[in-house]
Design a protein around this ligand. Sequence first.
Ligand code: NAD
Length: 470
Amino acid sequence: MSKTISAPADTPVAEISAVVSRLRTTFRSHTTYPVEWRKQQLRKLWWGIHDHEKDIVAALAQDLRKPEHEALQSDGIWLKNAIIDALSDIDKWTKEEKLEVDLLGMAASPVVRKEPLGVVLIIGAYNYPFQLTFAPMIGAIAAGNAVVMKPSEISSASAAVVTSIITSSLDPDAFAVVNGGIPETTKLLEQKWDKICYTGNGAVGRIIATAAAKNLTPTILELGGLNPCIITKNADAKLAARRICWGKALNGGQVCLAPDYVIVPASKENEFVAAVADNWRKFYPQGMQSSPDISRIVNERHFHRIKKMLDETSGEIKVGGNSDLKEKYIDLTLVKVKDENDSLMKDEIFGPLLPYLVIDDLDEGIEFINRVSDTPLALYPFTNNKKEADYILERTRSGGATVNDCIWHAASYKLPFGGVGESGMGNYRDKFGFNQFSHHRTTCRQAGGWFEKVLDARYPPYLPSKLAQY
Ligand code: NAD
């Protein structure tokens, strides 16, 4: 058994302002501006992640008992590939963008300059403690910012490894980690930032947005919500079940994009339920709890939160239902519920429970989604009829959507990832992340004295003949 990774020491609250000032001084000194410097930091970050790959796997195993396969797929390898792509595209991203304008404006050669914002704060969540911290950081570095990172204190082993990667790889005058919980984050939020990127629940999202508003600081808020799956009469219910089973099982359901509930028509119910049972049996041939491929709930507080939802359901358990506090383990569990008043339908589950409801009429299903979820992070229509898929997409809202699968629209590090309404604001990754952490500064360089003849029309006295020239 590998050795236990200790939680990082909390950053003394009294030192936090000095950390931010140090980074601001660096930013003002122009250190972070040259694209070559940014590339160098990105390369160092790549090596930092590469050299810590075993620690990443060990930390995720310790915090969440996350399987190595998932740890590398969604954190280690995923991040390294995202950095390689950023390195190959950064010259393109940072280039001034020429703008097309009317004849009068053309002489001033208008461009958009991509400039760094300054000193930015990234606050991560516990479920993907590497991806959710480093993926926004890649955009922030590429755009030339200094960054303070605040990892989630809940996945403490991962926070220790995030700290080690940053402090051992990157320029300490431009990149810093602040560890801790509410007191430390509260102190961080009292500082002046040029952008805050927060991932976590909506209640804290509101605290972040309120603090940011005091300094007119723009925010990226990556929040959660109840993600619906809707299986229509035109769907392959067996295939839908397999894909939903995978989406629910990842990280023990502790995924912001995990399906939260499924709407099934009566004619497909039996097929769907049988396929769910069959898939989870096949995914975990040695039994769910004995399988090395199911994560554990991150801590006892979250175990009790999820268990309470299950204990209070008035639905019928179709698959699973067992739990074990000692191991912080809960079965992947399928429950037939009647309506949105069920304990499993009130809040985002963020765990391995999957309620489903039978709703036959498509419009009724859409109305249900809009009433219960409104603006979830993700929506998953399952249908083999393209027009029907479009019909659903046009009548619902969500941060992102995948038709006939779960999570796939957010699997690639190249695609913009973000929420809408209750599930957040702003999206990032790849060039979208670069843009989020850049100021697009429209800049004109006016033509010389020879151009005054053309500009003559703009000067008073304002004669009708001058207006006619525009
Ligand atoms: P968490 O408990 O790890 O908290 C997130 C961050 O907020 C941590 O860094 C924590 O220190 C900080 N925090 C907590 N309380 C605070 C307070 N009072 N003031 C200031 N900061 C505070 O994670 P969580 O919030 O439980 O995460 C789960 C939620 O995050 C779910 O709703 C999930 O859907 C959402 N999530 C969203 C995304 C996304 O990209 N949209 C990704 C992952 C998780």
